[in-house]
Design a binder for this molecule. Sequence first.
Ligand SMILES: Cc1cc2nc3c(=O)[nH]c(=O)nc-3n(C[C@H](O)[C@H](O)[C@H](O)COP(=O)(O)O)c2cc1C
Length: 169
Amino acid sequence: MTKVLVAFATRFGSTREIASAIAAELISEGMDATAAEATSALNPDDYDAFVIGSPLYGNKWMGAAGMFAAITSERINGKPVALFSIGTLSVGNEQAGQAEHDAFIGKLREVAPKLNVVSDALFTGYFDRANLPWYLRIIDRFAPTPQGDHRNWPAIHAWAKSVASKFNS
Ligand SMILES: Cc1cc2nc3c(=O)[nH]c(=O)nc-3n(C[C@H](O)[C@H](O)[C@H](O)COP(=O)(O)O)c2cc1C
């Protein structure tokens, strides 16, 4: 059975739920998948394939997920990896959100050229204005992000299913 690690970073929890949904879909496709927060305690040798994801904060992944992807790439000898970003910029402006995701994934692949990326995707996330630090609440007044849960569960499950077939091939 293919052992898959779904490693994620999160600040407020919405990405944890997405990582769990991805792991559940991979399990329903016959894989042995586990979702876990990206830390150095995880041993990449224990897995055959990886899904790594993070919310975007200020155009970038959280450090823990980016570091995990870069360090893991040195240890896994080309095992397949699927990457996902979560963000809310794409809720109001799909093109800008996609460009931000593409730019980050491009940079990650530059610093981690050994990553064998078989798929990458951007999904809309969960935006709660109450999570903004006070200084960003001031900026947010001028460029308001749509508040609420924008997670597209059918799209997340469909992507996870497509990733399972790539991991199997
Ligand atoms: C301070 C702050 C900065 C953010 N920056 C971005 C960003 O640059 N691009 C984007 O698409 N979404 C951005 N978001 C939206 C988050 O990516 C989104 O809320 C995500 O679902 C949070 O994931 P988490 O609950 O796992 O921490 C930002 C949210 C906050 C609160």
